[in-house]
Design a protein around this ligand. Structure first.
Ligand code: T4K
Length: 373
């Protein structure tokens, strides 16, 4: 049971850079009295991210969901867009909120990313685009999806919420498709409290996104588009600049925790760890277990962990297509792998702050729950 002295372990405990660096940015905010609306620290962050990713444009946003919505609009997507169902619900919501119908495609069992065959089967005359999700920081099958998009005249973009500082074919994620979207939410590898960004090599697309982010203002008193408010604040950008200074350390800490889980879970029959593509760079932000026996045992383990203060999560159960808001829509293609994986995934507390003894505490609890009759 959870005693008062047992620390609760979270999935997605925020990574915080040095307080003195953050304070120096706060001093600047106080000195300039500039809090938001395309401020200087947001500009610094956009430049730093564009350089790090190796793209021409970074448009910072208030959060990843608004960044997805604006990307969908700026790309002119209409009708139907193909997305995985095995994703955070925001990927589908970003379409629905723009009056675009999300059409769910299945995923690959090993990578948890879109299955290109399923994507192709889900295309209809109404389809205008594909949104791939780089699940757990592992790149979607980008080349295959680009090939499908090209053959069918579709726009391809990526929800790269999990994939900041990860690579595909040795190239940093952010420059693929027409645009990629990051989330800088508190629980992400790189956070700005709340935040997100559209990154793209398409200058016109970036200009449209900037316009949409700021109500459609093209200068004082001149609104040329029915935009929204997707602006990132200076304090968020300050947190971003602070966290960029420690990104490598966070990654090392994440990888160390991931390795510790890999070693510990290796001895637990019935649970395997999703291993990132080691030929690529990964941020190791997510520690993802797969429980062979299925939902009943997975949920038993989850309850056992929660009762011990280990707040593991069932991301992305039950699959977006089974969420009440989407459940009444007919499926275009079957989603057997999505259902299989959604019933088995258990995301464990990761990150640099998880000590080796805490990994043992988690894995021992998993083993006990599996062995309990
Ligand atoms: N696309 C994908 C593929 C995504 O995964 C996400 C977000 C998005 C798009 C949308 O991006 P944003 O609009 O969020 O920028 C969390 C996050 O809120 C969400 O950002 C994330 N994906 C999703 C996978 O996880 P919840 O509802 O599970 O969060 P919550 O409040 O339960 O927090 C998770 C754990 O973190 C808890 O144990 C508490 C701990 N925590 C949380 C916060 C906010 C802390 O320790 N400190 C904190 O400040 O969605």
């Amino acid at each position: 049971m959870t005693g008062p002295s047992v620390e609760r372990l979270h999935v997605g405990r925020p990574n915080l850079g040095p307080r003195d660096v953050f304070d120096s940015y706060v001093d600047r905010i106080y000195a300039t009295n500039w809090l938001t609306n395309d401020g200087p620290i947001v500009h610094e962050l956009e430049t730093a991210i564009a350089n790090r990713v190796g793209v021409r444009n970074c448009v910072a946003m208030s959060n990843g969901t608004v960044a997805l919505e604006i990307a969908v609009r700026a790309l002119g997507l209409t009708g139907e867009v193909i997305v995985p169902s095995f994703t955070f619900v925001a990927t589908a919501h970003a379409l629905s909120w723009q009056g675009v119908t999300p059409v769910f495609a299945d995923i690959d069992e090993a990578t948890h990313c879109l299955d290109p065959q399923s994507v192709e089967a889900a295309i209809s005359p109404e389809t205008t685009g594909i949104i791939g999700v780089h699940t757990w920081g592992r790149a979607s099958p980008i080349e295959k999806l680009q090939n499908i998009a090209d053959r069918h005249g579709l726009a391809l973009m990526f929800d790269a919420a999990h994939a900041f500082d990860c690579t595909y074919g040795g190239h940093t994620i952010g420059g693929f498709g027409r645009a990629e979207v990051f989330s800088f939410h508190a629980t992400k590898f790189f956070n700005t409290f709340e935040g997100g960004a559209i990154v793209t090599n398409d200058d016109d697309l970036a200009a449209r996104a900037r316009l949409m982010r700021n109500f459609g203002f093209a200068g004082y008193d001149n609104v040329v588009y029915a935009g929204t408010n997707g602006k990132m604040t200076e304090i968020s950008a300050a947190m971003g600049m602070t966290n960029l200074t420690v990104l490598e350390d966070i990654k090392i800490g994440n990888a160390r925790t991931h390795d510790a889980y890999a070693a510990a879970l290796d001895k637990v029959a019935g649970v395997s760890l999703v291993v990132p593509d080691l030929a690529e760079r990964n941020n190791f932000q997510y520690v993802v277990g797969v429980v062979d026996a299925g939902a009943e045992v997975r949920d038993r383990i989850l309850s056992a962990l929660h009762s011990r203060g280990v707040l593991a999560r069932r991301y992305f159960w039950p699959g977006v297509h089974r969420m009440p808001v989407y459940a009444s829509s007919a499926l275009r293609v079957p989603l057997p792998v999505t259902e299989h994986i959604a019933d088995r995934v258990l995301v464990l507390p990761g990150g640099p702050s998880i000590a080796a003894r805490e990994v043992d505490r988690v894995t021992n609890a998993i083993e006990e729950a599996i062995n309990a009759v």
